[in-house]
Design a protein around this ligand. Structure first.
Ligand code: HEC
Ligand code: HEC
Ligand code: HEC
Ligand code: HEC
Ligand code: HEC
Length: 227
């Protein structure tokens, strides 16, 4: 295998590598997040237990844990909230701030998570495995990128969640990291000297489409061309 492919494959593996969970973990929203709405959906992991409890502001709610996973809705008000999650031996503190307006640090939910319609993507008791091809689900509502002449490697493999957190994230488009870091995470070897000189300090997305394109190398359309 050429060296370039080895680094791309290890990039994929590293992005998907997760340590086995031993205790409580909040996936959505993270334990310290700014939120734009008072009604929130919490998705978390709590391996090895059947029930858990969340305490906040003198209230408490217990929740069922199935296959080590749970999800609950909480109705917070405006302001800063501290919540304590307890499940078995494990405890976790969260501090969420409900803001009156969005800013660049606001955690945004995917529309279908926000409305609690988990099943529009998967059975909440049987979520897809990391590394599973999930594109068919996404393309039920989003235009398919597979129709494009050149499809970007991970997009063709249906690995949408390598770049997107499908439940939500801080910033637009639910990206797992800043686009530049995302690109160089896998493309960590300089392409060519000519490419480096041409692209010096210009954002990758200025020239490349992250999903695919009509032009080779997923290049964005030239001026006047249809995408
Ligand atoms: C927009 C599509 C979409 C919606 C809506 C959605 N999920 Fe998911 N979910 C996914 C995908 C894709 C994965 C696999 C993630 C990955 O590969 O990292 C996943 C993974 C998960 C996992 C496993 C995460 C892990 O790290 O083990 C849980 C738990 C989960 N979802 C719960 C929920 C719950 C509960 C809801 C509803 C409140 C929900 N999901 C709504 C797309 C969705
Ligand atoms: C049942 C329909 C449905 C499914 C399935 C679905 N989405 Fe969405 N998605 C939406 C809606 C509705 C929005 C909000 C769109 C808007 O406001 O224009 C959205 C927004 C998004 C956005 C933000 C786009 C934007 O313009 O703000 C991304 C990224 C996204 N979805 C990714 C995914 C991925 C990845 C999957 C598969 C794991 C998926 N979606 C599955 C309905 C869906
Ligand atoms: C290599 C990383 C990467 C992969 C893999 C990826 N995306 Fe994206 N996606 C992005 C980036 C970056 C943006 C933001 C584009 C921008 O700002 O112009 C984006 C934007 C989007 C949007 C917003 C509308 C648009 O077209 O710009 C949707 C919807 C979306 N992605 C869905 C998906 C789906 C569905 C998959 C899997 C089939 C997928 N993405 C795979 C990086 C990726
Ligand atoms: C998860 C790993 C991963 C991420 C993240 C990623 N890529 Fe890729 N990229 C690949 C793979 C795999 C290929 C296919 C490699 C091949 O065919 O040699 C590829 C191919 C490409 C190509 C060459 C396409 C061609 O036709 O030869 C370009 C250009 C590219 N990626 C740009 C980007 C940009 C820009 C980003 C950031 C938005 C990005 N990549 C993020 C894995 C990734
Ligand atoms: C100024 C426009 C421009 C910018 C910015 C740019 N590229 Fe490119 N890229 C190109 C062009 C044009 C090609 C076609 C091959 C060539 O001329 O080197 C290309 C080719 C590539 C290839 C495929 C090379 C091959 O030989 O398979 C990859 C991978 C790539 N770019 C990644 C990136 C990444 C990652 C970034 C951001 C760090 C980036 N590019 C920024 C214009 C750009």
């Amino acid at each position: 295998m050429p060296i370039r492919s080895v680094s791309l494959v290890s990039g994929l593996l590293i992005l998907f590598l997760r340590l086995p969970a031993f205790g409580l973990e909040l996936l959505t929203p993270p334990p310290f997040a700014q939120l734009a709405q008072p009604n929130i959906v919490v998705i978390g992991l709590a391996p090895g237990v059947e029930r858990g409890t969340v305490h906040w502001e003198g209230k408490s709610t217990s929740f069922r844990v199935r296959n080590g996973r749970f999800h609950i809705s909480l109705d917070l008000g405006a302001g800063t909230h501290s919540a304590r999650f307890v499940a078995g031996e494990s405890e976790l503190m969260a501090q969420w701030e409900v803001m009156s307006s969005e800013n660049e640090s606001t955690y945004l939910y995917h529309a279908k998570v926000e409305s609690g319609q988990c099943k529009s993507c998967h059975d909440p008791l049987a979520p897809p495995d990391p590394g599973e091809n999930v594109s068919a689900t996404c393309y039920e509502c989003h235009a398919s990128y597979n129709e494009r002449s050149f499809v970007h490697g991970p997009v063709g493999m249906g690995l949408c969640s390598v770049c997107h957190d499908p439940h939500g994230a801080v910033g637009s488009n639910f990206l797992r990291m800043d686009p530049e870091d995302l690109c160089t995470y896998c493309h960590n070897q300089p392409v060519t000297l000519a490419h480096r000189q041409r692209s010096e300090s210009r954002p990758c997305l200025e020239c490349h489409d992250p999903h695919g394109a009509r032009r080779k190398y997923n290049l964005n359309p030239k001026e006047g061309e249809t995408p």
